[in-house]
Each structure stands twice: as C-alpha cells, then as structure tokens.
Design a protein around this ligand. Structure first.
Ligand code: P70
Length: 472
C-alpha cells in the first residue's frame, strides 16, 4: 500500500509555493492565556477588542496599522535621526522618496494619516460642500464632516456585495459621480476623495482604467482628485495581476502612473510603508501646499517634521523604497491569499475576492439569526478572542456610527470582521492557527445571540464603545 505523499500548500493549489524575501533576526515572544483569563479579559474590555490589553492577546490581527516589522536597514536608519527642530536631513530624504516614488511636487509631513486628513479637509472644504468618494473610511469621513462637508458614496454597487467577484470592486461608478456633480454643482465639490484598495469594502482595488476615466471626468468639470494612498502599493499589485497591459510592469511603475492621474494624496504611512508611526500629505497644487504647510504648524509640528522625530522620517523614507518592491508585495499579499484560500475551502463566508491587507469574515452570513442592531460583527470578533486569543476588528454597524442628521444607526450593507495581517510579522503557521480558530467559532455559530451597547462615545464610537451579551 502506498501512503499519500504529503504536499505543500503550493503543490496542493497547483503552483509553486512562495516564500518571504527575508529571514527573521529578532523575535518577540507571544503566548495564549487560558480560557478563564480570556473570559475575564473580554468582559473587562466591554466585548470591544480595541479595549483589550495587548498582553492578553495571542495573535494580534486588529490592524495592519503601525504593526509592521521594520527591516535591519530601517532600524539602522533610526540611528541616523537628525533631531534638529528645523530642516532635519531626514525630512529631505523623505521628501525625495515621496517625489521619486509617488511623483508629487510638495510634501507636508504629519504624525499619521488622520493628521493629513485633517489638513486637507480644513484647507479645501467649506460649510455645505459635498465630497464624493469610493466608500467612506471612518476617520476620512469624520474630518470631512468636521470641516463642514458631507461625504457621498459613489463606489460601484458590486462593492456592497460580499460574494460579487468583480476584479476591481473599489472602482468609482462614474455615472453616480456625474449625477452628484449635476445635482449639487461642481462649485460645491472641492475634490473627489479616491482611496486605493478600499478598506471598508474588504481591501478592494481600483483599476488604472477607472482612475484614468475619473481624471477625464474631473477635468471636464474642473474638480480636483485626491487619493488616499494608504494602501496604494497593494492596489498596484492587483493592477499588475489583473489588468491588461500591466503584467510586465513593476509595482513602483504602476504606483507612479496611478498617482500621475491625481492631484495629490494623503497617507497613513503606518500601513504600506512599514513603519510604526508616520504620515504625509503631498500635492501638486501650490495653493494647497501653502494652506497645509501653514496649518501643519498649528496642529502637528513644524513643516519639516509634522509630528515625527527625525529617526521616524528616516525609517519611513527607507520603508517607502522597500514597500514598492515586487517580491515584498508578492509575499505580503500571498500570505493574505493563503489564509483566504484555507477559509474558502472550509466553506466559511468571507468577502470575495480576497483583498490586499486582510480577510473579512461575513458576519451577516455567519450569524443570520443575529439582527444588525445586536451587532453581529462585534459579537463575532469577541467570540474569536474567546476561542483562541486572536484579536480582530469589527467593521459593520458599530464602525458606521450614527447619521448626523437623523441620529439613527447607519446600517451598512457589509457587516464584517477584519482579520488584518501585519506586514512581515506572522508566519504561515500562525495563519493555520487563525484558520482553525475561525472554523471552531463558525461551527459554534448557533450558540451566540449578539450584544447590546451599554456605552457609546460621541466620536468614532467603535474605538471606545462597551457592550454586554444579550440572552436569547
Ligand atoms: C486601520 C487603520 C487607518 C486609515 C485607513 C485609510 C484607508 C486613513 C486612515 C487613517 C487605523 C484605524 C482607523 C480608524 C478605525 C480603525 C482603525 N486605518 N485612511 O486599522 O490613518 O490611522 O494613520 O490616522 O485605513 O485600518 P491613521
């Protein structure tokens, strides 16, 4: 009798396995606390994974933001910090990296993404303005609203359907956008807010054809186009894989071309750029540069550091270069796809196609018996922690918040739990453990009944809200 030959995952899927283009030089121990400890920890956290202590977490998939492992080159760069208050040499290195890889003329550094969102919103939005975009992001929309604007979603309908296999579910629906322009008038639209790999849609990319067409439409009406470039390098990988004519182009070339159709970008460098803190706003128009580089000194710090230390800017400049390498991106997204393939094989409902930075579990499909005002995604994230100390994030009705006009919950079509994969941090074995935990929670799905909210903060409630289990 012949034994079946063991196969690698790559062989099982009919292709060669990929491997990370690095080896591990330093490790940080992690451990899983016992079930009783996890029960105590999640109850003390009000069933909100944002309120857990990191010490009580085993595998931390809360976010890919600021959680990357830096390279030896980046750590070496940290030693080269020029901590002068003004004109640090690391700022000029960073400025050159952004100009070189993203192609924008002017740079305003900020402490992280929302600092840049604040500056662009305050500089360009007037009371009563409308900002169309490809699905809201929590902090982006809040800054647009605080500046007096109103966000209008113009993403294609396919983005709201977790099973639709459209290859570019982040695309803007140009018909919807033109309707908005015609309804409110171009003068009321300071800019279109475009995001690469749309976070709330499941990390879904925008095609090059879409940004080209968007540029033409914006030009026709004299409207500016700004990009949330937070995960634009990941977006470029999808263009390289899926869009005709881009298979032979590098990630760096694709990012540069994509950005050339936009007027500027804001960035949370804590994602793509492989640093633990940092951000920037970059632009081609001088008027925005003038306004933002003046406002930055009020809210962030001088215009040559914007809330970052010199060493942070150095690590970031080096991170930009590393982030845009093809072999890095192949292994980064390859790991996300690996987890997605396992869960798909086991019949667990997730958002398809799998996006760039995370797997999104479809909590509505997993808990059809839990109504949306009992917070199915919040419940699922808590269950996952209880099962194995894995920390994920709610991306559903809690994240969507309340409508400022009516005060009611906003009920998004997508009610998701995000398993976000930090860059260069976990191994394939960690992904196996995560998949097994999700499966265990899925198998127990009929035993949970949801949560009620017992404390609700005014801004970005998902960060600090508290919940309690409801009985059947
Ligand atoms: C996440 C983080 C941050 C982010 C983003 C996009 C597409 C801007 C920002 C803001 C952190 C986060 C933020 C709000 C709710 C939950 C988590 N996303 N644009 O985990 O950047 O955090 O640096 O101020 O994804 O997705 P920053």
């Amino acid at each position: 009798m012949t034994q079946p030959v063991p196969m690698t995952m790559g062989q099982q899927f009919g292709r060669r396995s990929w491997a990370e283009p690095w080896k591990i030089k330093m490790v940080e121990p992690i451990k899983m606390i016992d079930r009783a400890g996890r029960e105590r920890a999640i109850a003390a956290a009000g069933y909100n994974t944002f309120l857990l202590r990191s010490e009580d977490v085993y595998i931390d998939l809360l976010t890919d933001s600021g959680t990357s492992a830096m390279s030896d080159r980046q750590w070496a760069g940290m030693m080269l910090g020029d901590e002068a208050y003004a004109g640090s040499r690391n700022f000029y290195h960073l400025e050159a990296a952004v100009q070189n890889y993203y192609g924008y003329k002017y740079l305003v550094p900020t402490h992280q993404g929302r600092g840049a969102e604040h500056l662009i919103s305050r500089s360009l939005i007037k009371e009563g303005d409308v900002i169309p975009g490809n699905m809201y992001f929590t902090t982006t929309r809040l800054h647009q609203e605080l500046a007096g604007g109103r966000f209008v979603d113009v993403i294609i309908d396919e983005a709201h359907d977790p099973t639709n296999m459209h290859p570019f579910k982040g695309n803007v629906d140009l018909g919807k956008l033109e309707d908005v322009i015609q309804r409110v008038g171009a003068a009321k639209i300071p800019y279109v807010s475009l995001a690469g790999t749309v976070n709330m849609a499941g990390g879904q990319p925008v095609s090059m054809a879409n940004v080209q067409a968007l540029r033409e439409l914006c030009d026709r009406y004299g409207i500016r186009l700004y990009l949330d470039a937070t995960r634009m390098a990941e977006n470029a990988w999808f263009i390289q894989q899926r869009e005709e004519g881009y298979a032979g182009k590098s990630i760096a070339a694709i990012v540069k071309e994509f950005c050339s159709y936009t007027d500027g970008a804001w960035m949370s460098a804590k994602k793509d750029h492989l640093v633990n803190i940092g951000g920037w706003l970059a632009m081609n128009h001088e008027d925005l540069f003038e306004a933002a580089s003046n406002l930055v000194v009020v809210y962030e710090g001088l215009h040559t550091y914007g809330g970052m230390a010199g060493r942070d800017m150095e690590a970031l400049a080096i991170g930009i270069e590393e982030a845009l390498q093809d072999d890095h991106m192949n292994s980064r997204i390859g790991q996300v796809l690996y987890l997605g393939e396992l869960l798909t094989d086991w019949g667990i409902p997730i958002v398809h196609p799998v996006g760039g930075h995370a797997i999104f579990l479809d909590a509505k499909a997993i808990y059809p018996h839990v109504p949306q005002d009992r917070f199915p995604a919040q419940t699922l994230a808590a269950q996952l922690y209880l099962d194995s100390g894995i920390r994920a994030m709610e991306r559903g009705v809690v994240s969507a918040g309340r409508d400022p006009a009516t005060g009611d919950h906003r009920y998004p079509k997508l009610e998701l739990v995000r398993l976000t994969i930090p860059r260069r941090v976990y191994t394939q074995a960690h992904m196996d453990v995560v998949a097994e935990a999700v499966k265990a929670v899925y198998d127990e799905r009929n035993r949970v009944h949801g949560l009620e909210m017992v404390h609700e903060p005014k801004y970005l409630r998902f960060f600090q809200a508290r919940f309690a289990p409801v009985q059947p």
